[in-house]
Design a protein around this ligand. Structure first.
Ligand SMILES: [Mg+2]
Ligand SMILES: [Zn+2]
Length: 192
């Protein structure tokens, strides 16, 4: 049976927003992120990271560095007993850098490609899933795959919500203080 998932943005949602993460040592989990992932693991929801990383297209860091940073994410979570079911990355930018990463891809959020690929590979039920992120593009991506969208107030979220919400293309289904609050909302409204 297809599984419900939480599609979790990386920078500003799961980890601190520090600009381009061009070295594994720059990666910092937010304080309650490991607990949030542990709760998803315990509840049987897939925990899937979906992240735009235009630093690759812009030439700020290589795919090798991107992989090293994501390996660091996996090991920091593992040390805290938390497990990710997948990490899906858009390395593209529509106008910056050089091909193949300068591309009008289908995976740069708010486009749905990352979620669609994860759903096909991991057997996920998009209609039962939720996208969590700190930008309106995360919420719009949710809408495009028929999932719910939760805005967190970490990262860019607080500023987006306080100062720019009148420009949001779609309303979040929920606004949460951080990822753990988002996960608690997801688990509380889950239909068995
Ligand atoms: Mg983000
Ligand atoms: Zn892409």
């Amino acid at each position: 049976m297809p599984k419900a998932a939480a599609f979790i943005d990386r920078d500003g949602t799961l980890t601190a927003e520090v600009g381009y993460v061009n070295h594994p040592k720059r990666l910092r989990l937010l304080p309650r992120s490991a607990e949030a992932i542990r709760q998803l693991n315990a509840a049987g929801l897939a925990a899937v990271v979906t992240t735009n990383q235009t630093g690759v297209a812009r030439g700020y860091f290589s795919e090798e560095v991107l992989h090293a940073v994501n390996d660091e994410l996996v090991s920091q979570l593992k040390r805290e007993g938390a497990h990710l079911d997948g990490i899906y990355v858009c390395p593209h930018h529509p106008t910056e850098g050089e091909p193949p990463f300068r591309a009008r891809c289908d995976c740069r959020k708010p486009r749905p490609g990352l979620m669609l690929r994860a759903a096909a590979e991991l057997g996920l039920d998009l209609a039962a899933s939720t996208v969590v992120g700190d930008k309106p593009s995360d919420v719009l991506a949710a809408r495009r795959v028929g999932a719910r969208g939760v805005l967190v107030l970490t990262g860019y979220g607080l500023g987006e919500w306080e100062y720019r919400r009148d420009q949001f293309p779609v309303e979040p289904d929920h606004v949460a203080g951080d990822l753990l609050d988002a996960v608690e909302w997801i688990l509380a409204r889950r239909v068995e």
